[in-house]
Design a binder for this molecule. Structure first.
Ligand code: HEC
Length: 164
């Protein structure tokens, strides 16, 4: 008896949510989230590798500058938009402060210990996934320029990808 009731309940929930579903399909959001995770790993692994291998040269162009250039190029190619923003209150560069509501919310979430924050929304009439990931001071070289303890939260990377 109990099992039948649970069965009925599940059917009811699935059918109502199906009927009211107006946003993008869950599968499409999941696929987009996977893309963000792949990009996020690629960018962070590159930044760590640059920091490890080109320490002296970094006073000229720290990995953050390379990351920002890559973000701009990816945006120009129409793939996605991204921003590297500060979460310490003392950015190396003023333009890196959180500006939009999403960025401010993302920074607040990461400061409270979350490692991921996302919103499904609409941009220019098209569904997009906005996501944010943490940028901790992952190695001692980060602290050389940014100060503080290794491991502390330095920033956030935000992503906006079309949901397709
Ligand atoms: C050689 C010094 C140097 C090193 C080493 C360095 N950074 Fe930075 N970082 C900078 C500078 C300079 C900027 C500002 C770049 C810009 O926006 O033009 C910056 C910007 C940032 C920002 C954006 C917020 C802000 O403060 O402006 C984050 C987040 C960040 N770095 C994280 C890291 C991490 C993580 C590491 C270690 C993997 C690291 N940095 C290593 C110099 C450094």
């Amino acid at each position: 008896m109990r099992r039948t009731m649970i069965g009925l309940l599940v059917v009811a929930v699935v059918s109502t949510s199906g009927a009211e579903e107006k946003g993008p399909a869950k599968e499409a959001v999941d696929r987009t989230r996977e893309k963000v995770k792949m990009l996020d790993d690629a960018y962070k692994l590159a930044v760590v590798s640059i920091t490890k291998n080109y320490v002296e040269l970094q006073s000229e162009a720290p990995a953050a500058i390379v990351a920002k250039e890559v973000f701009e190029a990816m945006h120009k190619k129409g793939w996605h938009s991204s921003r590297l923003i500060d979460a310490t209150g003392k950015p190396k560069k003023k333009e890196n402060v959180a500006k939009t509501d999403f960025e401010k919310k993302a920074v607040a979430k990461m400061q409270s210990g979350e490692t991921w924050y996302e919103e499904v929304t609409v941009h220019d009439g098209k569904p997009v996934l906005r996501a944010a990931t943490v940028v901790p001071s992952v190695m001692k070289q980060c602290a050389v320029c940014h100060g503080g303890k290794e491991g502390r939260l330095l920033g956030v990377i935000t992503y906006e990808l079309p949901i397709q």
